[in-house]
Structures are given as structure tokens and as C-alpha cells.
Ligand binder design. Structure first.
Ligand SMILES: CC(C)(COP(=O)(O)OP(=O)(O)OC[C@H]1O[C@@H](n2cnc3c(N)ncnc32)[C@H](O)[C@@H]1OP(=O)(O)O)[C@@H](O)C(=O)NCCC(=O)NCCS
Length: 177
């Protein structure tokens, strides 16, 4: 598997994150409890937390187990969100997050569609999939608009610690070739 290559869409550039992105990530979404409500990690309380989180992502990309792309608008290098791909044999699990002030403009559908197509274009990859909290209607809709099919319900599957200390039900979505 290669390291995260730049992926261009009509309005976005997806590129490998760098440690200098930490402040923008903290300010755009990582500390925002509304954004992190359905995520698997707690909202960050400090920029230092974001920096160490980002270092782990950059390391994951360098060791080629997990790839992360910083999402930027094509006319600005400031990070507004992140999209990740975790490779498991012929399958790739994706996850995504976007700063709240950029919601509702079709950005994540654009990023998810492009990443799914890039993944399915890689040799040996046949399935791209994701889970989302059953209450996360925005995420479910992004996946549907990105041509993923809802395949099932996984009960008590995921910990979403900003929402509850109990495991939450998720929908599983897949797109295959
Ligand atoms: C979910 C999220 C990625 C959506 O990003 P976005 O760029 O606003 O999504 P889009 O603009 O591409 O919207 C795609 C569709 O979802 C719908 N949608 C987006 N947010 C929604 C919400 N909160 N409630 C209902 N529908 C929503 C849009 O209306 C659109 O559908 P439509 O064209 O039929 O109207 C963004 O809200 C986010 O980062 N949320 C927090 C992190 C998160 O939950 N990540 C997913 C973890 S599984």
C-alpha cells in the first residue's frame, strides 16, 4: 500500500496531514463537542492533545497501516476536516469529520466519494465500508450519497464516549466492486 497521495476534487484537496496542521484541527473541529458527539474519541481539551493525536495519525500513515488525509479547500491550505482509511486485506474502513462551520455544503460527500473511488481503484481492494451511530443522520446520508449501501445494524458495536459510557448501535455501510 502506498502512503496517502493527494486527491483533488472539484472544490477540495485531500492531502497527507503534517504536524503544522494541529492548530487548525484543534480550532476547526477537534475541541468542538457538537462535532465529536458521535465519534470514538473525546473532544480535545488542549492543542497539545491535538498535536499528539496528529502525530499518531502521521505515524500511522508513514507505517502504511492507516492512511489519513487532511481536507482543505483548493484555494486555501487550512485544514477543515479529516478522512481516514484503515486497510484490512481486501477491505478498507473509512471514517470522516468536518468542522461545523463547513457543514451542509456537500464537502464530505465530495471527499467520501473521491476517497471511495480511489480505494476501489487500488489493486486488491474490493470493499470500502464504514459504520455510523444510528442517530447520526448526517453521516448516514453522506454515505448514501457517496453510493454506499446500508448493509445492517450492529448492536452495541461502538463506544462514542462524548455521547454515552455505554456501547452504541451503528449502521454498517459498504461500497464494493
Ligand atoms: C456528518 C458530516 C461529515 C456531514 O458533512 P457535510 O459536509 O455537512 O455533509 P454534506 O453537505 O455532504 O451532506 C450530505 C447529505 O447529508 C445531509 N446532512 C448533513 N448533515 C446532516 C444532519 N446533521 N442531519 C441531517 N442531514 C444531514 C445533507 O442535507 C445532505 O443530504 P441532501 O443532499 O439530501 O440534503 C459532518 O456533519 C460531520 O463532520 N459531523 C461530525 C463528525 C461525524 O459525525 N463524522 C462521522 C462519524 S461516522
Amino acid at each position: 500500500m502506498q502512503t496517502a497521495p493527494a486527491i483533488r476534487t472539484t472544490r477540495l484537496l485531500l492531502r497527507a496531514p503534517i504536524i503544522e496542521d494541529a492548530d487548525a484541527i484543534f480550532e476547526e473541529y477537534a475541541a468542538d463537542p457538537t462535532v465529536t458527539h458521535y465519534l470514538t474519541w473525546l473532544a480535545h481539551g488542549s492543542k497539545e492533545t491535538t498535536a499528539s493525536f496528529l502525530r499518531a495519525k502521521i505515524h500511522g500513515s508513514q507505517t502504511r497501516k492507516d492512511l489519513s488525509w487532511a481536507i482543505t479547500a483548493r484555494d486555501s491550505d487550512r485544514v477543515i476536516g479529516m478522512i481516514d482509511a484503515r486497510f484490512q486485506g481486501h477491505r478498507v474502513e473509512i471514517g470522516f469529520v468536518l468542522g461545523q462551520k463547513h457543514w451542509g455544503q456537500g464537502y464530505m460527500t465530495e471527499a467520501t466519494t473521491a476517497l471511495a473511488e480511489w480505494c476501489l481503484g487500488q489493486r486488491g481492494i474490493f470493499r470500502v465500508w464504514a459504520v455510523c451511530d444510528t442517530e447520526n443522520t448526517g453521516s448516514a446520508r453522506v454515505l448514501e450519497k457517496s453510493h454506499f449501501q446500508r448493509e445492517g445494524l450492529l448492536r452495541r458495536w461502538a463506544m462514542h464516549p462524548n455521547k454515552s459510557s455505554l456501547p452504541q448501535d451503528v449502521y454498517v455501510y459498504g461500497r464494493v466492486r
